[in-house]
Design a protein around this ligand. Structure first.
Ligand code: SAM
Length: 296
């Protein structure tokens, strides 16, 4: 992921300044003040954020970006948020090579996916590639209940030494890329993918005697209704770390932990909040948070 003033292009003039220079006599002074600062680079595709008054200039701006950054082959416009059970993005092709599949490398992990159908949050970069893999102990058995294209399973398999990761994904398109990414990263021996609803697959794993050392529930909003299913992978007297994500208002994670506590009460388990982290801002007073709950 490349951000303004950081990463691969940090030794160059910032994109915003280069755009302003090239478009000085083309855009109005008001439009120049709105030149985008927000963008995401996924492989060789750029996802551009434009303020509404600049939308009519999107083709001009996108073509100028292609001239400035030869490594970018295609420019898309971000047109909305991430929605629905499959967490699908809202993007629109603007210019460049007509393709939507990107191969993105982040923290030495290869992610291939279709940017028109699949989200890739730049705000989750540290949790995805650094924090979570560092927490994983050798030989852990992990169940990733909302695996997507392998956002968490891949970096764990690449950077940590788990025994196995059972990676469950409902969306057939994401699942196809999950399988492909497992091969691209050569982690076939570590990740066992399942296509389907984790509500159905987790009970089957539990019936097969799988007790997890770590359960990853990486989806927003907090997947509270899936907690009883997740707890089937725990056992009284054995410790399991539950990675539980949700939105914390004013950084208060207590309501999220209460959801875990309530589910544990019903399942006869005992939860302890071992750690929590803010992943990113999610709107006024809202934060995307992750809780590491120890269940025993
Ligand atoms: C998009 S990921 C969340 C993002 C990720 N945590 C990250 O680091 O960016 C969530 C995935 O859960 C999948 N999903 C939603 N409901 C599911 C279910 N019941 N069982 C399995 N997968 C599910 C969605 O299709 C989606 O691919």
């Amino acid at each position: 992921m490349v951000q303004r003033k950081r990463g691969k292009y940090s030794n160059r003039v910032p994109l915003k300044e280069q755009l302003k220079k090239r478009l000085t006599n083309v855009l109005t002074p008001e439009e120049l003040t709105l030149i985008p600062t927000g963008y995401q680079i996924i492989g060789d595709i750029m996802l551009l954020n434009l303020k509404p008054p600049l939308l009519h200039q999107q083709l001009l701006i996108a073509n100028t970006i292609l001239e400035i950054l030869p490594s970018i082959k295609t420019v898309y416009l971000n047109t909305g948020g991430i929605t629905g059970q499959f967490r699908e993005p809202s993007v629109k092709y603007i210019t460049g090579e007509k393709k939507s599949t990107a191969r993105h490398v982040e923290n030495h992990v290869i992610y291939e996916f279709d940017i028109e159908k699949i989200m890739f949050s730049k705000g989750n970069i540290n949790e995805r590639g650094k924090n979570l893999p560092k927490l994983v102990q050798p030989r852990e058995i992990i169940v990733d209940m909302f695996a997507g294209i392998g956002y968490f399973s891949l970096p764990i398999a690449v950077h940590a030494r788990p025994s196995h990761i059972y990676a469950i994904e409902l969306n057939p398109t994401s699942y196809m890329f999950l399988e492909k990414n497992i091969q691209l990263n050569k982690v076939e021996g570590f990740i066992i993918p399942f296509q389907g609803n984790c509500m159905d697959i987790v009970p089957n794993l539990a019936r097969d005697g799988i007790i997890a050392d770590r359960i990853i529930m990486g989806i927003l909003p907090a997947p509270k209704e899936y907690l009883p299913t997740a707890l089937q992978l725990t056992q009284s007297g054995k410790k399991t770390i539950l990675h539980y994500e949700g939105i914390a208002i004013r950084r208060d994670v207590e309501p999220l932990f209460q959801e875990v506590r309530d589910a544990c009460d019903k399942a006869g388990r005992s939860p302890t909040l071992r750690a929590w982290r803010i992943i990113k801002n999610y709107g006024p007073f809202k934060y995307h948070a992750v809780l590491d709950c120890e269940i025993s």
